[in-house]
Design a protein around this ligand. Sequence first.
Ligand SMILES: [Zn+2]
Ligand SMILES: [Zn+2]
Length: 183
Amino acid sequence: MKCPVCKTTELITGKLDENLTSLNCPDCGGNWIRGAEYWKWVEQHGSDLAERLLETESLSLAEPGLPIDCPECRFRMVKYLVGRGLSFSLDHCQGCKGIWLDRNEWEALKKRNLHDDLNTMFTSFWQTEAHREARKKRMIDIYISRFGADDYTEIKRIRWWLDTKTNKEELMAYLTDRDPYAA
Ligand SMILES: [Zn+2]
Ligand SMILES: [Zn+2]
C-alpha cells in the first residue's frame, strides 16, 4: 500500500503502540491505522484515560496538509479537528473507517491522553466544539494583531472588570463619551 501523502512511497508495517499495528511511511513519518485495528486496540486498552490538560506541545508536527485519499479504498478522506488546544486535524475514511495520522500526531495525542478518544473525535458533538475553539483562536489572533499583545491583555482585563459591575452601561458611556464633563 502506498503513502496517501507521498503517493509513491510504500508503507511498512510497524507498531504504533502496545497492541496497535500501523502502516508507517518511512519518508513523511505518517501512520495509517485500519479502522478495525483501532477498535480492537481501544477495547484491549481498557477504560478511557483522563485527559491531561497542561502538557504543552513541543513535538514537531507536519504542516496542515491538502485533502488526501484513503490508501485502502480511494475515498476522499474527511479532516477532523482535534481541538483542546491542539491545532492539527486527523484524516478519517468514512468508507473503511481507517485513520491517517501525520508525523508525531499520535505522540501529541498520547501526551494528552486523547489517543484513546479518536472515535469520539469523529462525532459532530466534538467537531462543533473544536470548530468553536478554532474560531475563537482566530479572533484572538486578529485582536492581538490589531491591538498588540499588551493592549489586548489590558482591554480583556477592563472588559472583565466591566462585566462585574451592575452599572456597566454608565461606565461604558463614560468611557466612550468624547467629553464626559460637558453638561
Ligand atoms: Zn509518506
Ligand atoms: Zn478507506
